[in-house]
Write a protein that binds this ligand. Structure first.
Ligand code: NAD
Length: 313
């Protein structure tokens, strides 16, 4: 398959690397000059369990390529989806599948403004990655990937895409529940990402507060109600159980949530596509979501007052 990775940061490079190793014709597309030039000059450096390796994968800016791909995987942060898709319109042909495995709500709707629903695939992945420097990623641990056509019509072609991803070691399956999984992951991220960011701390530290699970329950309850209004049935207990598991020191307690990393390095966070999206949808359906609203405000306040914070400290 001819595969374009639209947004080749941490996750885009990890997926692009695996698919390239599996024999696909992969292009890493990004607008960050240092990153694209580093991959062109030295190759992509991947730090994995088997050590460090250099992989030669074509990297380009969106305008460099002209021919549409068979599959275009959008892997920007959620608030960058619109600009990414706009700059890749010439790479999306009649027969191109566009897949989003990004976190947060709104990516499907954004892509849907440019691509017919019958060509959009969406899902979730539990793989993780870290961008260490331009042209260098860390790809440790493993994960699973679920995809579905957003209109629910999963044809043999969709199965073939999942099979190609599975053969590349990405453990992908076609799942009719992938849209529910997106919301489950949103609920999980709406609790852990902002709480860790507000505490500027690890998942384990947040879990050590005696009231964390009570707070988590309130946040998740609001999301379950909003999801129901969107015809998505979520079950509160498994979401809370998964959050509780993260506080176990043998699992992910030392993990630094991506929103903490974004806040620390002065980048914009995905809050508008997490708690912020719950607030917007709550308003739309007339459902009060005070916990999510407060959290949305606090994170936005942190983002907007960062320059003052550094002057005070
Ligand atoms: P990232 O910031 O490392 O990568 C995004 C890349 O997109 C960057 O290299 C950026 O330069 C590029 N980009 C942004 N806008 C662009 C544009 N208009 N044109 C061209 N390039 C553009 O992000 P990430 O950590 O790889 O995460 C991507 C998505 O996957 C997010 O939704 C994130 O929440 C989700 N996710 C991340 C992880 C993880 O471990 N990093 C795990 C699961 C899901």
């Amino acid at each position: 398959m001819k595969i374009d990775i639209a947004g080749s940061g941490a996750m885009g490079c990890r997926f692009g690397w695996r698919l390239h190793q599996s024999g696909h014709d992969v292009r890493l597309i990004d607008h960050w000059p240092d990153h694209v030039q580093a991959i062109r000059a030295r190759g992509l450096e991947v730090i994995s369990e088997s050590g460090s390796s250099i992989v030669r994968i074509p990297a380009s800016f969106p305008d460099d390529s002209k021919e549409p791909a068979d599959l275009l995987i959008v892997f920007t942060k959620a608030m960058q989806t619109e600009s990414m898709v706009q700059s890749c319109l010439h790479l999306i042909g009649e027969h191109t599948w566009v897949l989003t495995l990004q976190n947060g709500l709104g990516n499907i709707e954004t892509i849907g403004r440019y691509v017919p629903k019958r060509r959009i695939l969406a899902g979730v992945t539990t793989w993780t990655a870290e961008l260490l420097a331009p042209g260098k990623i860390q790809a440790l641990g493993s994960g699973d990937t679920e995809i579905t056509r957003v209109d629910g019509e999963n044809t043999a072609e969709v199965e073939e895409i999942a099979r190609a991803m599975a053969e590349a070691g990405l453990r992908a399956v076609v799942s009719p529940n992938a849209l529910i999984s997106i919301w489950n992951k949103v609920a999980f991220n709406c609790v852990l990402n902002p709480l860790c960011t507000l505490m500027n701390s690890t998942v384990g530290a947040v879990g050590s507060y005696s009231g964390t699970m009570d707070l988590a329950r309130r946040i998740v309850d609001e999301i379950v109600l909003v999801a129901k209004a969107e015809n998505i049935e979520l079950r509160r207990e498994p979401i809370l159980a998964k959050i509780g598991q993260q506080f176990d020191s043998r699992t992910a307690a030392h993990h630094l949530a991506s929103m903490v990393q974004d806040m620390r390095s002065g980048r914009k966070t995905e809050i508008g596509h997490l708690n912020g999206a719950i607030v917007a949808k709550g308003r739309q359906h007339g459902i009060p979501v005070p916990c999510n609203e407060l959290i949305d405000h606090l994170i936005r306040m942190m983002e907007q007052t960062r320059s003052y914070q550094s002057r005070v400290s």
